[in-house]
Design a protein around this ligand. Structure first.
Ligand SMILES: Cc1cc2nc3c(=O)[nH]c(=O)nc-3n(C[C@H](O)[C@H](O)[C@H](O)COP(=O)(O)OP(=O)(O)OC[C@H]3O[C@@H](n4cnc5c(N)ncnc54)[C@H](O)[C@@H]3O)c2cc1C
Length: 456
């Protein structure tokens, strides 16, 4: 039995709310402090809705806390991606190896509200309008505006990309801390594709992408029948397309098939906020046995693998597993958390940037599409031996840094198999099996990962 601790969680976003629920259910005294007012009483501001994809690593802790069925009820299944060419032609790629594997799309605001309510139901005390303004690691006290100074045994920083907890940690650690922000140079703006006569204007089980080289448009369905559209462009273009005419000319040139479905695209562009994209890296994520950072506070990434929240939820999962393995030994729990999750966070941040290139440039490319088809053929022919890197990230619990490692080997195998062929049916399957057995299976064996771990 664990000794109940007085725990502070800073930031009632997705990760903080989930963590607070889990800690409260373990019997701790948990207080959650949130900078903003209670979002359940506020109207969502236009252009900031954001739809997220939930996948295996995010689903697992929700299942363990008996929350998945409640969350699933507010999601939509997404089975693949549909690419839109400038000429309006469509190409479809399924995500999973069969229909049982899919991603789940959810509104970030709706999910956050649900988790805050679940935290309250579990008995977590929540202070809104209460930003962390000071943290004193020596006296183990934290000061929050409108809530005063509070003593803690443990403090978890889940206050997102601009984390004040991280800043306090950096100041306390001095030159022992490493901190870096890597701007992508591409930013985003949200727009809307409304429902047409109460129905979705495009296939609602797809992520829609208009890949255009160094810029793209993306659409994910909302439960109301609309699509949340996100336009990604080089940062400087937002300056260039300041006038409605300049933006209209750009949009007409690259996304003509979307225009009849997005009647307010010019107004949306002019009035919605401009979002920054970049990677945040921090080292270490912990301080002794008293503080740990989770989620975007220590590993904000670009959204192109759809894993920002999922990786934050996997931080929660790992921490809880460590609490089970080492009850009350917070020095070991936090050290193991840092040593394991930090490389994992770095790996998914790297892969999220690589996926930006994939989504913007490659998804419309013949060679890339052929490679995806070959991968799909290998997955369906050898389900016990081969999973694509996308599948390993999205549909298994195999940690991100391990997936990145085996992904390099898989790339070599795919290079060899795709050489000189024009169609996935032409793949030399006996050679494929031989290469998998010689190069990929030994890696899984050496990691102690059985084919069972391919499934979730
Ligand atoms: C366009 C876009 C698309 C995305 N798509 C996906 C996707 O498909 N799948 C996915 O998994 N992820 C996706 N993400 C990433 C995902 O949104 C984030 O990774 C996730 O929200 C991080 O959760 P968090 O709780 O760590 O941080 P946040 O959700 O940012 O929560 C932090 C909370 O801390 C509060 N706070 C800030 N400062 C303080 C303070 N000083 N004191 C107290 N509270 C404070 C904030 O108000 C906020 O409520 C996407 C992101 C973007 C921008």
């Amino acid at each position: 039995m664990e000794k109940p601790k007085k725990i502070i969680v800073t930031g009632a976003g997705l990760v903080g709310s989930l963590l607070a629920i889990a800690l409260k259910k373990r019997g701790h005294d948990v207080v959650l402090f949130e900078k903003r007012p209670d979002m359940r009483k506020q109207k969502l501001s236009a252009g900031k809705s954001i739809n997220l994809i939930i996948t295996a690593k995010g689903i697992k802790p929700l299942q363990d806390l008996n929350l998945w069925e409640t969350v699933k009820a507010i999601t939509l299944p997404i089975q693949g991606r549909t690419m839109h060419s400038v000429a309006g032609e469509l190409a479809y790629q399924p995500y999973g190896k069969d229909k049982t594997e899919c991603n789940h799309s959810v509104s970030r605001g709706e999910l956050n509200r649900l988790l805050i309510s679940e935290a309250e139901k579990a008995g977590v005390r929540i202070h809104f309008d209460a930003p962390l303004t000071n943290l004193d690691l020596k006296s183990k006290t934290a000061h929050f505006e409108n809530s005063g100074t509070i003593q803690y045994d443990l403090l978890f920083g889940t206050d997102g990309t601009g984390s004040a907890t991280r800043q306090a940690l950096i100041e306390a650690l001095g030159n022992k801390a490493e901190y870096k922000v890597e701007p992508l140079g591409t930013d985003y703006k949200e727009m809307t594709m409304p429902a047409m006569n109460g129905k979705f204007a495009m296939d609602e089980h797809s992520l829609h992408i208009w890949p255009r080289g160094n810029h793209m448009l993306m659409g994910l369905p909302d439960r109301e029948g609309s699509f949340t559209m996100t336009l990604y462009m080089p940062k400087e273009w937002f300056e260039e397309f300041k006038s409605p005419e300049a933006f209209q000319n750009y949009f007409k040139k690259y996304y003509p098939d979307a225009i009849p479905l997005m009647p307010d695209y010019v107004e949306d562009y002019a009035s919605h906020p401009h979002g920054f994209l970049g990677i945040v890296r921090m080292k270490p994520w912990i301080y002794e046995d008293q503080i740990a950072l989770l989620g975007d506070a220590c590993h904000a990434m670009v959204p192109f693998f759809g894993q920002g929240m999922n990786s934050g939820f996997s931080d929660v999962q790992f921490l809880l597993d460590q609490m089970n393995a080492h009850p009350d030994d917070y020095k070991t729990i936090l050290k193991n958390y840092n040593d394991f999750q930090k490389p994992s966070g770095d790996a998914i941040a790297d892969m999220s940037r690589e996926n930006f290139t994939e989504m913007c440039e490659k998804v419309g490319d013949e060679k890339f599409l052929l490679r995806k088809k070959v991968e799909h053929r290998l997955e369906t022919t050898f389900p016990e031996k081969f999973r694509s890197r996308y599948g390993l990230v999205t549909y298994t619990l195999i940690p991100y840094h391990k997936v990145k490692e085996v992904g390099v080997i898989q790339d070599e195998v795919l290079d060899e198999l795709c050489l000189g062929i024009k169609n996935a049916d032409e793949v030399n399957m006996p050679l494929a099996e031989k290469l998998i057995d010689q190069k990929i299976s030994p890696w899984f064996k050496a990691q102690g990962l059985t084919p069972e771990r391919f499934r979730f």
